[in-house]
Design a protein around this ligand. Structure first.
Ligand code: 6PG
Length: 244
């Protein structure tokens, strides 16, 4: 049984969506710093969050107490064009507001299996606990097939219940990936999905209308046990919803 609160927020376009996401990130950070003295944020990859990351590069916040992690990564080095770290570094982290030692990169260059094992150890050390890490905020995107992070339909990582981080082969992409598992995502205080574009409309409808007892796409399985679940979508992505 989860006790999460689900919220659907619609904004007119990707720019307005990013501006709302910026406000959520900064508010969640302020609350975390006030309550726990640190803000632990996991970033989404892909292209949707790029505008948000660029907005954070010019934001004012107590970044010295932020810890930035990644929700998933491709099994590539940080300078590779496919690297989620590279995208976030170019759009935001390269601005240097967050101390380098507090940016926790998934080391894709090690190969997916070794990188996942190394990140599991890094989470334990960084959170100072062997309990499942509770991120203050996890940013997530969603693919047209309903995947999120690198939790793709039919993959082994999707059914991992013990590890915090898993490696996974994604047949449809012929790609090895590293990803936080559902166990970790659902331990978050807040999961914030950023979904923009008409190509996501069908999957979004399927995810938001998923029945409790029916098959669910990976993104529909993200339901923080004791946290908030926020779907932040633009009008194009919401176009297949009843009210969209
Ligand atoms: C990745 C992402 C992935 C992404 C979705 C949506 O590594 O690709 O973590 O889960 O969030 O594929 O990607 P877009 O934002 O580019 O549509």
């Amino acid at each position: 049984m989860t006790t999460h609160r689900t919220e659907l927020v619609q904004r007119k376009d990707a720019e307005a969506l990013a501006a709302h996401a910026r406000a959520v990130v900064l508010e969640r950070a302020r609350a975390a710093l006030a309550e726990r003295g640190a803000f632990r944020l996991a970033l989404a990859g892909g292209s949707t969050p790029r505008t948000l990351y660029r907005m954070l590069a010019t934001a004012q916040a107590d970044f010295a107490r932020w810890h930035v992690y990644f929700g998933d990564e491709r099994a590539v080095p940080p300078e590779h064009a496919d690297s989620n770290y590279r995208m976030a570094h170019e759009a935001w982290l390269g601005a240097g507001q967050v101390p380098g030692a507090q940016v926790h990169r998934m080391r894709g260059e090690l190969g997916a299996g070794s990188a996942a094992a190394q990140y599991e150890r890094e989470l334990v050390e960084s959170f100072g606990s062997r309990e499942v890490p509770r991120f203050d905020l996890v940013l997530l995107g969603m693919g047209e097939d309903g995947h999120t992070a690198s939790l793709f339909p039919g993959t082994t990582a999707l059914v991992e219940t013990r590890l915090f981080v898993a490696s996974t082969w994604v047949e449809k992409l012929s790609s090895n990936r590293i990803t936080l598992t559902l166990r970790t995502l659902n331990a978050a205080r807040q999961a914030l999905f950023l979904v923009a574009g008409a190509d996501k409309a069908r999957a979004l409808r399927e995810v938001l209308h998923a029945r409790e007892d029916g098959p669910r796409l990976p993104a529909a399985l993200v339901r923080p046990w004791e946290g908030e679940l926020t779907w932040l979508v633009d009008s194009a992505a919401a176009s297949a919803l009843a009210h969209g």
